[in-house]
Ligand binder design. Sequence first.
Ligand code: MSP
Length: 498
Amino acid sequence: MSKFYITTPLYYVNDEPHIGHAYTTILADVIARIHKIQGEDVFFLTGTDEHGQKVQDAAVKRNVTPQKHVDEYVKRFRNTWDKLHINYDYFIRTTDKNHTDKVKEILTSLYEKGDIYFDEYEGLYSVSEERFITEKEKEEGNFREIKKIKEKNYFFKMSKYQNQLIDYIKTNDDFILPQSRRNEILGFLKNDLNDLCISRPKSRLSWGIELPFDKEYVTYVWFDALINYISAIGYNSDSNKFNHYWPADYHLMAKDILTAHCVYWPTMLMACKIELPKTIFAHGWWLFDNIKMSKSLGNVVKPLDLADEYGADALRYFLMRNMVLGQDASFTLDAFTDRYNADLANDYGNLVNRIFILINKNFNNCIPEKGDYDSIDLGLIADIKKLQSIVIKNYNTLKIHDAVEENMRIFRKVNKYLENKAPWKMIKENKSQAATTIYIAAETLRIGTILLYPIIPDKSQQVLNSINSTPKDSTSFGELVENSKIEIIKNIFPRILD
Ligand code: MSP
């Protein structure tokens, strides 16, 4: 059985999760489900980044200890993911002992090997980003709260691995995706890399993993957090999990944290002589009024508000359908409502209603028996087969929004087919022909619903349960069992009224 290891970033627990966090986590869940239903051995990791300045500041603001703060706030993430049907395999917190021990072990080994050294450094420090920045980065203007700092710190010899990293990126086309991000990183690597400052003096920041070789310092939050991807699966322990799942197949994130993942992380792995992940995939941002959604700008949309009102699957559907992977997308309530009404209430919901009503009224709640197919039936079956393979191909190449759109075309085709054939009229003159039409429609609904399962797992299960099928069933045409009793569901996606 082939394995598949996928990760999300570890989110800072300084505030509540918002739509941006929900997007990456839902995307990872969708991809994990696609691989799970294909029978792969999937490991889907998510969790929380609990150390560092942002979290310490949030705790101070609430007048609680950082530990109390993270213990309370981590629940918000877990609860949100549960409500959004996120089926992760493991949730890691960077305050877990397994993780902190592993970070210390790696620090010790790199220090002993000479890849970490102590030095005094004077430079520009961005308090908001918690790192030293270059003059050039300051000029580009993306950093806030910049101070000049002169400090003694520990540094990781990142520059030593620069050429090895460039060679690796150049010879591994899928290492950084999309291509535009790969070019961005190769551009960044044209300049000499600085070594990475991996410590913070406790006088400035005390909330972090203490350096095993100097009690006066804690570990830089990124050096700590990135290690989660291997500590979560038991790197350098008795467990077999690491050898089994590593290298990760996908590290998912948005473009904001590309450098940390494409430069810090691979050079850290090179220093530890660990294989690099297969693909780092950076998607775009959800924008609100054309500005990135972020807590500091106060323009966040809370995913739970929408999920509570319209259902988690409606939110999952919207996020997956309306963002082209790699590009930015705009979040508005109107766009959400339009998409919901057009696709879920109309195309899908109406089809489910129609088929169930026909079976209820005319076939005593049992799947009708099919007879011979005519040319229209055969045409539809052939079209569905084609669309089905396009959906799967799009899923497997991460064109999720295209997969969803092609999936919807299946339902639209069946709606048209039903209008054409009008079985509600046919039923009186030719019941067996009407039965065939309804069987074909119900069977196509089953296939389309299985395909849509990764996106809307809850509603999809409900529809499949009602016709005695499951998301793992075959999607070959003709599997739906004739004469089996079904359970009628009413109004699966009720229309949102203006
Ligand atoms: N803690 C670090 C990550 C450490 S990973 C070892 C961090 N946390 S974060 O809470 O700021 O989360 C950033 C991630 O949240 C982004 O990379 C992305 O996955 C998601 N998003 C946050 N805002 C987003 C949007 N507006 N749009 C899309 N995704 C967004 O960085």
